[in-house]
Ligand binder design. Structure first.
Ligand code: ADP
Length: 191
């Protein structure tokens, strides 16, 4: 089973992806995690993406599609969870092509529905908690980058909701409840 978790920054995609990994043995492909790893490794790609990520902008389609292609070509899995990818229509088309090349398809696109005020509170809260615990704070978890991330989401990623709806693949889940309730709602939809 291959699924996409879709939703704005702070919607809880990463949290829910981890449950699916633990309970279904699926493999999580998070382009955000891959890009952060590239950034902290100091690789050439990391240096190229650092600025745009810290500001909250989107990295080029070419880079992220390349990252996903590499994973799909090398990782064996009993299903993939795409977390934070695709974020543009070009990425969505590319993902469809990459899966088709493997003789696979998408089984579901889960949209985590939330409201914007909750998102900003969650992200700013996540940064404050990390800082108080002496943990590293994501360079893009601040009010300024958050504004850019939300705008990028609405301009470039939210059209994917209509795209997957039209393909008959969209499933909406209320992302505002308790983590366990969201988890149960997703499990119910996936069967
Ligand atoms: P969020 O918590 O905002 O959902 P992610 O961890 O998924 O963030 O991604 C962090 C940053 O990495 C994004 O703001 C963007 O700069 C970059 N990024 C991640 N995935 C993509 C993608 N599919 N396309 C373009 N940029 C991406």
């Amino acid at each position: 089973m291959n699924i996409i978790l879709l939703g704005p920054p702070g919607a809880g995609k990463g949290t829910q992806a981890r449950f699916l990994v633990e309970e279904r043995g699926m493999v999580q492909l998070s382009t955000g995690d891959m890009l952060r790893a590239a950034k902290s490794s100091g690789s050439e790609m990391g240096r190229i993406v650092a600025d745009v990520m810290d500001r909250g902008g989107l990295v080029t389609d070419e880079i992220v599609i390349g990252l996903i292609r590499e994973q799909l070509e090398t990782v064996k899995a009993n299903g993939f969870i795409f977390d934070g990818f695709p974020r543009t229509l070009a990425q969505a088309d590319a993902l469809g092509d990459l899966l088709a090349e493997k003789g696979e398809s998408l089984d579901a696109v889960i949209e985590l529905e939330v409201n914007d005020e909750v998102l900003v509170e969650r992200i700013v809260g996540r940064a404050a908690e990390a800082a108080a615990a002496g943990q590293p704070v994501r360079a893009d978890d601040n009010a300024e980058s958050m504004k850019v991330r939300l705008m990028e989401y609405y301009k470039k990623t939210s059209p994917l909701i209509g795209y997957y709806y039209a393909k008959g693949q969209l499933t909406k889940v209320d992302g505002l409840g308790e983590i366990a309730d969201v988890k149960a709602a997703i499990a119910a939809k996936l069967g």
